[in-house]
Ligand binder design. Sequence first.
Ligand code: PPE
Length: 307
Amino acid sequence: MAIKADKIWFDGKLVDWDEANVHVLTHTLHYGLGAFEGIRAYKTSDGRSAVFRLKEHTRRLFDSAKILGMEIPFTEEEINNAIIETLKANKLEEGYIRPLVFVGAGAMGVHPGTNPIRVAIATWPWGAYLGDDALLKGIRVKTSTFTRHHVNIMMTKAKACGNYVNSVLAKTEAVADGYDEAVLLDTEGYVAEGSGENIFIVRNGIIKTTPLTSILAGLTRNSVIELARDLGYTVVEERFTRDKLYIAEEAFFTGTAAELTPIREADRRTIGEGQAGPVARKLQEEFFKVVKGENPKYEHWLDYYTI
Ligand code: PPE
């Protein structure tokens, strides 16, 4: 799917979409050392728009850069402002936001040396990540033949560009095999996460999700845990095996792009009733209320703007 908007924020200023280009010797293109974010903005019920958990996403971008030893030549506040500026420049009432920090061209060789650290922010309209039916009906997943990262091989707390080779391999395999998404196991064989989502299961009414050890600390995961506890559900962060997923009453993915996507089948086994279950549906409903500004308790997760 081709995406497009008018402007991209690039190293401190807005440039035309078609002008936001880099040299082929861009260091990150060769070696993968870079960090990115995925953020969503939603149209709120009062006619304005709001970025969901903007500050936390920007904080994670800076954390990722720190882990990777990259110094971002802007402050967090400057990036927060730049994100809003880009959404406005593109007249986007809602959409997806992709900040990217990368090592520019200069010297080649593994050592990034004094190559410039560059920052781009793109925004574009992006609907349901896993297809229009996914949010309502749920998706089919496959346990990947690719293992998720070991904590001392890739930096799993960083949303690092290079980490996503593993995700692309797993996703491509799953789609080629006729599934919607991959579930990756960790290096010890426990369920870790999707190629671009965190994972939850429900059994005996208790919601369980993978602990943060080797997965990306998803902000949707964090939000859903808080919303679920607020609604009176018990949520435990505990590792579980793939067969626990098979016998779950419900399972679902969370992520900025995927939002809250129910899983209806795993490795050809129907999960629960084979459709979005009541817990997933309830949490989805609450989540969409929050992002649309319909729950005053969570106003602090929203940064409003108007076009
Ligand atoms: N795990 C992984 C590996 C991951 O990539 C994401 C986000 C998450 C968990 C959930 O994190 P959060 O968005 O903070 O709830 N994946 C992003 C990129 C997806 C893509 O295809 O690109 C996203 O959802 O924006």
